[in-house]
Ligand binder design. Structure first.
Ligand code: PRP
Ligand code: URA
Length: 209
């Protein structure tokens, strides 16, 4: 069974409150989502392997640690995952970025897949799949499936807000994928929206409503 990491750092909780606020407009919403993505990425990468190297300081040689050659892939689920991408790239600028296009049919709430472009060496990378919202879990389950079909194995899922239903769906379909999330909310409403949540993440990021 995969683990659920709830990252409740005060800075993340503080910024998430502004993200949730209906009065927050697209400019501030985008900036805050990017900032929280950076803070979450700090925790998601906590187990990155290190190796020792010798560095010459101005005074003497020093044994130091650097991240050992493991390659990272960041994969936003379109559209809303795009809002988190630059936040992670600030910490890991050498990561390659893949894109998965999935949207939820508003009637059936089932994921509709329309795009997938991943780095060709996806099988060799540590992969972080990103989407602000994990609601029914359909989009994330489909996205992880796409990655696995193309050989990706070492996958973590990073979200801002999850519903218990979405967590259960990912754990059932992909028990090898750990979930990192800033908050687990109460429930889904009858339209599949997370309550209290933040509304429609894509619309709030891109001002489409
Ligand atoms: C949102 C969100 C997730 C999905 C979550 O995308 O960004 O991808 O819903 O819901 P689920 O867990 O029930 O699948 P949406 O379908 O609104 O597409 P968009 O980002 O293109 O607007
Ligand atoms: N997608 C969103 O953008 N928000 C939700 O609450 C659920 C799915």
């Amino acid at each position: 069974m995969s683990k659920v990491h709830i990252i409740d750092h005060p800075l993340i909780q503080h910024k998430l409150s502004f993200i949730r606020n209906v009065e927050t407009g697209p400019k501030d919403f985008r900036e805050l989502v990017e900032e929280v993505a950076t803070l979450l990425a700090y925790e998601v990468t906590r187990d990155m392997p290190l190796e020792e190297v010798t560095i010459q300081t101005p005074l003497a040689p020093a044994r130091c640690k650097v991240i050992s050659g493991k390659k990272v892939g960041v994969i936003p689920i379109l559209r809303a995952g795009l809002g988190m991408t630059s936040g992670i790239l600030k910490l890991i600028p050498t990561a390659k970025v893949g894109h998965i296009g999935v949207y939820r049919d508003p009637e059936t709430l089932k994921p509709v897949e329309y795009y997938c472009k991943l780095p060709p060496d996806v099988a060799e990378r540590d992969l972080i799949l990103i989407d602000p919202m994990l609601a029914t879990g359909g989009s994330a389950v489909a996205g992880i499936g796409f990655i696995k079909q193309r050989g990706g194995r070492n996958i973590k899922l990073m979200c801002l807000i999850a519903a218990p239903e979405g967590i259960a769906a990912v754990q059932a379909a992909h028990p090898d994928v750990d979930i990192y999330v800033a908050a687990v909310d109460e429930r889904l409403n009858s339209h599949g929206y997370i309550v209290p949540g933040l509304g429609d993440a894509g619309d709030r990021l891109f001002g489409t409503k």
